[in-house]
Write a protein that binds this ligand. Structure first.
Ligand SMILES: Nc1ncnc2c1ncn2[C@@H]1O[C@H](COP(=O)(O)OP(=O)(O)O)[C@@H](O)[C@H]1O
Ligand SMILES: [Mg+2]
Length: 333
């Protein structure tokens, strides 16, 4: 039975947590989370999907399931509920699901304590791959889920608004990360002041911020560079239709290196595919409805690129740190 609650025995499998996010809704995060989960599960990996789009959770729909009776909301509101007890079967071998929080007003704004509890429990779960589907926006909840993952995958569509949001998301992510790793009060307040500037950030690029930090704490620059280089951020462009669309990913990756000083690993394009909608109307995942669809083939290839796994990024060197004003246009390349 699909909704049977599973009690899992603790094992000691090293898990890999992948967060699927990006600034904008409707780009295909949920579709890609489910499809990648199925690909990885089909290869014999134990996979857990977590629906952390707390406002509008819908992974179950992509899996052709009715809204689950249990989910993150139970875990959040009932202190005695363990995370194991909200994991449900999906009907697909090796693939389990923690559904989102539904029908709790204000659940999208988690308290700090709730967030710590969820994040701490996710880290302990014994699955080979844990895929977290995130909601849109750049709230701290979303950025923190992205940051606890071993690998964060940004999903954008080729539309300028989506590219712009991906850029904003990445900038917010890097600032949040620096705010968390740096203990010096004076530097933290510098970041806070920069982030709280009216009409956006005082520091347009990470290089601007680093320059300002180095003026206060000259030796901190290299430490920060090391931390940034350990982030593993990847990018997928979804719903591509034209040759021009298919060139966007590489340009965004190059712009990320130039303006953020971080390597973003472009994983590939996924074509717009009308079968996705047909599958949803039939309440079936794309691959069950149409396993040979172009989109699913492309998702399979992307999964193969992820499997060899998690090389560390290259980071940036001091000579790359030219201070640049960055706009969405520059990011688009
Ligand atoms: N490659 C694609 N081809 C066709 N339709 C797609 C594709 N990717 C996503 N969609 C459709 O776009 C809509 C939004 O996708 P969804 O995964 O819910 O986005 P998000 O989770 O980012 O909000 C859904 O109706 C989905 O079926
Ligand atoms: Mg979604």
């Amino acid at each position: 039975m699909a909704e049977e609650v599973l009690i899992r025995k603790r094992r000691t499998v090293e898990n890999h947590i992948l967060a699927i996010g990006g600034g904008k809704g409707g780009t295909g995060k949920s579709l890609i989370t489910v499809s990648m989960g199925i690909c990885l599960a089909n290869r014999g990996n134990e996979v857990l999907l977590i629906d952390a789009d707390l406002g509008t959770a819908n992974l179950h729909t992509f899996l052709g399931l009715e809204p689950p009776r249990t989910g993150l909301s139970d875990f959040l509101t009932k202190k005695k509920t363990g995370i194991d007890s909200i994991i449900i079967k999906t009907g697909i071998n090796n693939l389990k699901l923690i559904s989102g929080a539904q029908d709790i007003i204000g659940i999208a704004n988690l308290s700090y304590g709730q967030k710590v509890r969820i994040l701490g429990n996710i880290k302990k779960l014994d699955y080979r791959y844990i895929l977290i589907d995130l909601g849109p926006g750049t709230s701290f909840n979303i950025l923190d889920f992205f940051l606890i993952s071993h690998c964060g995958i940004l999903i954008t569509s080729p539309e300028p608004t989506s590219i712009e949001n991906t850029y904003r998301f990445t900038r917010s992510l890097l600032f949040r990360y620096l705010r968390k790793i740096i203990s010096q009060k004076v530097v933290r307040s510098l970041i806070d002041k920069g982030v709280m500037q009216r009409g956006g950030h005082k520091f347009h690029s990470v290089f601007d911020l680093l320059e300002a930090i180095e003026k206060i704490e000259p030796e901190l620059g290299d430490t920060i560079a090391r931390y940034l280089s350990s982030l593993d951020i990847k990018l997928i462009v979804n719903q591509t239709r034209t040759t021009r669309d298919r060139a966007i990913g590489q340009k965004m990756a190059m712009a990320a290196r130039k303006y953020f000083g971080i390597p973003i690993d472009f994983l590939g394009n996924i074509s717009y595919d009308s079968n996705v909608r047909k599958g949803l109307l039939q309440k079936k995942p794309l691959m069950a409805y149409f396993p040979h669809s172009k989109a699913f083939q492309e998702i399979t290839e992307i999964c193969q690129r992820i499997l060899p796994r998690y090389q560390l990024g290259l980071g940036f060197s001091a000579d790359q740190r030219s201070s640049n004003q960055i706009s969405g246009d520059q990011w688009r390349g």
